[in-house]
Ligand binder design. Structure first.
Ligand code: GTP
Length: 606
C-alpha cells in the first residue's frame, strides 16, 4: 500500500458506549471476518474482557476498504475505555493519526469521553465525532451534539450518526475516516533508515514476546537484526506480519504500517512500550517515547493455603508476562505467610488481574486492602542504612518508618473529572469534600448536566469512591482521573491493635485530620464483624503511642464454674486454670475483607 492510502486510527469512547461492537461491524463490513457468525467483540480476546464486557488490553486489526475505486489499508487500533487504562489508551494513540470519538446518543458525553478527547486533542490527532446507538428509542442526538459543541467546540453538522448494533452508518463513518484522518505520510519516511515504535506487547507460548509496532521510517524485513534504543540489546526478527485480526505472517512490514514481530524475546520487560527499534549498527534519534505506566494501587496477594504457594507464584509470573504494568515484589506476613506485593494501575486493573488469576489458573487468592504509594523524607536519611536515598517510597503501610525519623510526607494526587445530572450535584460535592477534594472548575454542559473538576488525593478514591459516587447518583454520574504527581501532606500510620498487638495487615496510612474518625470507624466495624472468641478482645486504633479509639468484644464465655455451686474452692480454681490454659491458643480470625490473621488472649482482660 502506498503511504497515502494508509489510515491509522482508534476508536475512543466511554465504557459501554459501543466501541467493541463498532469494531466488530468494521471487521465485518471490510470482510475481515464473516458477518453473522456470532462475532461478539472479536477484538476482546481475553475471557475476563468478555465476561465483564470491558476491553482491557489494546488489540489491533488491519483491514482494507474500497473507496472511490481504490483500496485503503485501515489499521484499527482498539483501546481500552476504562479509567485505569488511560495509559494503554495513550500508548495506542501514539500509533494513530486520528480517532473516532464515539458517544452513546442516549447517555451523552461522559467522564471518559472528556478524558479521551483531551488525550487525542493534545496528541494533535484528527477527531471524527460519531454518535452511536441511534436506534435506541431514548436516543437524543441533538442534545448530545449540543454537549459536544459546548465541551469540545465540535460543529453539530460534523457529527456522524451510527448504530453499531445494526451496522447503520458504519460505511459512511469509514469513508469519513479515509477523508478526515491524514495518512501517516507526514510522519513517515520511506527512504530513511528503519525506525519502529513499540506500542504494545504480549507473550505467546511458542514465539515468546510478540511486539506490536508502527513502522515509522524504512521497512522491516524478516531476518533483520534490530536494536532497542532503550536497552541497546539486539534481536533477530523471526516472524512478522499484520493482525487481521488474527496474525497473518508476511515477509515485510512497510513504512506507515502497523504490525507485529517476534524475535525470541523471552521477557516482556525487555519489550518496553514507547521504545524505538532500529537496524543494528544504524543508531538513530529515538522517537519520542511516552511515560512509563507507574503502578498506583498496591495490594498484598497471598495463597489461600501455603501449600499453593508454588502454584500461585507460577500463575503470577505467567500473567505478568502479558501485563508488564504489574509490579511484583516478595512480601511476607505473620498471619498470611509468604506472598507478594503487587502494584496495579488502578482498582479495576487489580480486580481484573485477580479474576484472571482465578480463572486462567484456577488459583484462589487472598488480597489485602489496597493502598497507594507514599513518599517519605527521612531525617538524615543517608545514615539510616536500610534507606539509600533521602526520600523513600512506601508501598506497604506496614513498612512506614518510625514517625520520629520522618521530616515530611507526600501522597499521590489526581485531577478528577465528574459528569453528573444536576439533581445529584449536592450529594456529590459533599462526597468530594469529605474526601479532601478541592473543586477546581464547575460548569454546565447542557441544561441538566454538570461537569466538575476536583483535585483529590488518590488514597481517598482508591477504595470505594467510585462505588459511592455511583450509588449517590443512581449510576448516572461518571468519573475519570488523571495523575498529578505527589503533593506534600500530613500523613500518619493508623495501627489497629487487638489485645495490645499491632496487626500489620490492618495498618493504613491516613491524613492527620482523619485519623480519629477513621480509627473509630475501623474499630466499630471490627467490633461488629470479628467473631466472638472464648476470651475478651480489646480492639484499639492508635497513631504512634496514642490510642484514638477503642472497643471491647466480649468473650463468648461458657461459665465452667456454674455447676460447682459454692462448695469446693480448690475444684473451682482447677477448673478456671484449665479454662485459662485452653484459651492460651492463638485464635484465627478474619478482618473486614475476610483475610485471616491470628491473635493471642490478653492476660489482663481475661
Ligand atoms: P468497553 O469495551 O468496555 O469499553 O465497552 P464498549 O464501548 O466496547 O461497549 P460494547 O461494544 O461492549 O457495547 C456495550 C453495550 O452496548 C453492549 O450491550 C452492546 O450490545 C450495546 N450496543 C453497542 N452498540 C449499540 C447500538 O448501536 N445500539 C444499541 N441499541 N446497543 C448497542
Amino acid at each position: 500500500f502506498p503511504l497515502e492510502r494508509i489510515r491509522n486510527f482508534s476508536i475512543i469512547a466511554h465504557v459501554d458506549h459501543g466501541k467493541s461492537t463498532l469494531a466488530d461491524r468494521i471487521l465485518e463490513i471490510t470482510g475481515a471476518i464473516k458477518a453473522d457468525t456470532k462475532n461478539k467483540q472479536v477484538l476482546d480476546k481475553l475471557q475476563v474482557e468478555r465476561e465483564r464486557g470491558i476491553t482491557v488490553k489494546a488489540q489491533t486489526a488491519s483491514v482494507t476498504y474500497r473507496y472511490e475505486g481504490k483500496d485503503y489499508l485501515l489499521n484499527l487500533i482498539d483501546t481500552p475505555g476504562h479509567v485505569d487504562f488511560t495509559y494503554e489508551v495513550s500508548r495506542s494513540l501514539s500509533a494513530c493519526q486520528g480517532v473516532v470519538l464515539l458517544v452513546d446518543a442516549n447517555q451523552g458525553v461522559q467522564a471518559q469521553t472528556v478524558a479521551n478527547f483531551y488525550l487525542a486533542f493534545t496528541n494533535e490527532l484528527a477527531i471524527i465525532p460519531v454518535l452511536n446507538k441511534i436506534d435506541l428509542k431514548n436516543a437524543d442526538p441533538e442534545a448530545v451534539k449540543e454537549q459536544m459543541f459546548n465541551l469540545f467546540e465540535i460543529n453539530p453538522d460534523d457529527v456522524l450518526q451510527v448504530s453499531a448494533k445494526l451496522g447503520l452508518g458504519v460505511s459512511d463513518m469509514l469513508e469519513a475516516v479515509i477523508k478526515g484522518v491524514p495518512s501517516p505520510a507526514d510522519r513517515c519516511n520511506v527512504e530513511a533508515p528503519l525506525r519502529l515504535l513499540l506500542f504494545d506487547s504480549w507473550f505467546d507460548k511458542y514465539k515468546g514476546v510478540v511486539c506490536l509496532v508502527s513502522v515509522v521510517d524504512g521497512c522491516l524485513t524478516k531476518g533483520a537484526q534490530i536494536t532497542s534504543s532503550q536497552s541497546g540489546k539486539s534481536y533477530e526478527v523471526k516472524d512478522l506480519g499484520i493482525l487481521a485480526p488474527h496474525e497473518i505472517s508476511t515477509e515485510e512490514l512497510y513504512t506507515g504500517q502497523v504490525g507485529y514481530f517476534s524475535a525470541n524475546i523471552r521477557n516482556t520487560k525487555e519489550a518496553l512500550v514507547g521504545d524505538t527499534f532500529f537496524l543494528k549498527g544504524e543508531a538513530c534519534q529515538p522517537l519520542s517515547g511516552f511515560r512509563e505506566a507507574k503502578p498506583l494501587v498496591f495490594a498484598g496477594v497471598y495463597p489461600n493455603d501455603q501449600t499453593e504457594h508454588g502454584q500461585l507464584k507460577a500463575a503470577i509470573e505467567r500473567l505478568c508476562l502479558n501485563d508488564r504494568s504489574v509490579s511484583v515484589s516478595v512480601e511476607s506476613s505473620s498471619a498470611l505467610g509468604q506472598g507478594w506485593r503487587l502494584g496495579f494501575l488502578g482498582l479495576l486493573h487489580m480486580d481484573v488481574f485477580n479474576q484472571r488469576l482465578e480463572q486462567e489458573h484456577g488459583t484462589q487468592v487472598i488480597m489485602t486492602t489496597p493502598s497507594v504509594p507514599y513518599k517519605v523524607r527521612l531525617q538524615g536519611a543517608k545514615s539510616i542504612q536500610q534507606y539509600q536515598g533521602e526520600e523513600v517510597i512506601i508501598n506497604n503501610p506496614a513498612h512506614w518508618p518510625d514517625p520520629l525519623n520522618i521530616v515530611e510526607t507526600s501522597e499521590p494526587t489526581v485531577m478528577g473529572t465528574i459528569i453528573t445530572p444536576v439533581t445529584y450535584l449536592g450529594d456529590i460535592i459533599g462526597l468530594c469534600q469529605g474526601r479532601r477534594g478541592v473543586q477546581k472548575t464547575i460548569r454546565n454542559i447542557d441544561q441538566n448536566r454538570i461537569i466538575m473538576h476536583y483535585y483529590l488525593p488518590l488514597n481517598e478514591i482508591v477504595v470505594d469512591f467510585y462505588d459511592v459516587l455511583k450509588s449517590l447518583s443512581s449510576g448516572y454520574a461518571t468519573f475519570d482521573y488523571e495523575e498529578l504527581g505527589f503533593e506534600l501532606s500530613y500523613l500518619v500510620k493508623l495501627d489497629i491493635l487487638l489485645n495490645g498487638h499491632v496487626i500489620p495487615e490492618l495498618s493504613t496510612i491516613v491524613h492527620t485530620s482523619k485519623a480519629r474518625t477513621e480509627g473509630k470507624r475501623v474499630v466499630e466495624k471490627l467490633k461488629d464483624t470479628l467473631p466472638k472468641q472464648l476470651f475478651t478482645i480489646a480492639v484499639q486504633a492508635a497513631v504512634g503511642g496514642t490510642i484514638l479509639a477503642r472497643a471491647n468484644i466480649k468473650a463468648m464465655r461458657k461459665d465452667v464454674t456454674a455447676k460447682c455451686y459454692g462448695g469446693d474452692i480448690t475444684r473451682k480454681m482447677k477448673l478456671l486454670k484449665r479454662q485459662a490454659e485452653g484459651k492460651k491458643k492463638q485464635m484465627k480470625m478474619y478482618d473486614l475483607d475476610g483475610n485471616p490473621f491470628y491473635i493471642t488472649p490478653d492476660p489482663i482482660l481475661n
